[in-house]
Design a protein around this ligand. Structure first.
Ligand SMILES: Nc1ncnc2c1ncn2[C@@H]1O[C@H](COP(=O)(O)OP(=O)(O)OP(=O)(O)O)[C@@H](O)[C@H]1O
Ligand SMILES: [Mg+2]
Length: 178
């Protein structure tokens, strides 16, 4: 295994089922920390890294190779918060920690319904959370020790997640930057 790249700031992955609050958390985390929030589903369009549209899931199909090539130099300097409802195709070496946002089924159902999701898209996303698909994906793609579930049901959860991640960044910096 090649040695981990030298970064003066850590890179953070925030993943989880659609609607579990990744972007809400990342936006505030970026404001608090000065880290750069990379909202992959939106940036993929800006970077012309969308290769088609999945009718069944009503979502863009990513050109993963092009996306990874585009992100590689951005990730190198550290201080990035990557927000995406998937994590297995990113290189393991990019991330110092992975958080998986978790939301109770009924709360998630209401959030997605409010967003206008119906039918297969609604049930499949709720099932994705019930089967903890993203948590399993994160654990099988990264060292389990760096994968952490964070509750994302209430605004109080969001505040404690912000505090937790901010103090993790402080201790990472103490341990890695001299
Ligand atoms: N901790 C929270 N407590 C209460 N409501 C929340 C919380 N986090 C997010 N929400 C609400 O849930 C909805 C979905 O949040 P958000 O868009 O951040 O999810 P997401 O994980 O980024 O979804 P997607 O994968 O589709 O981008 C929003 O209406 C947001 O206001
Ligand atoms: Mg989002």
């Amino acid at each position: 295994m090649s040695p981990a790249p030298v970064r003066t700031k850590p890179n953070i992955m925030i993943t989880g089922t659609p609607g579990t609050g990744k972007s809400t958390l990342c936006k505030e985390l970026a404001e608090r920390t000065g880290f750069q929030w990379l909202e992959v589903s939106k940036l993929a369009t800006d970077w012309d890294c969308v290769s088609g549209f999945d009718e069944e899931y009503q979502s863009n199909i990513l050109n993963e190779d092009k996306l990874l090539d585009t992100m590689e130099p951005i990730m190198a300097s550290g201080g990035k918060i990557v927000d995406y409802h998937g994590c297995e195709f990113f290189p393991e070496r990019w991330f110092d920690i992975v958080f998986v946002t978790r939301t109770d089924n009924t709360i998630l159902y209401d959030r997605l319904h409010e967003r206008g999701y119906t039918g297969t898209k609604l049930t499949e996303n709720v099932e994705c959370e019930i089967f903890q698909t993203l948590l399993e994906e994160a654990k099988s793609s990264y060292d389990e020790e760096i994968v952490h579930e964070i509750p994302s049901n209430t605004l109080a959860d969001k505040e404690s997640n912000l505090d937790r991640i901010e103090s993790w960044i402080e201790s990472w910096t103490e341990n890695n930057v001299r």
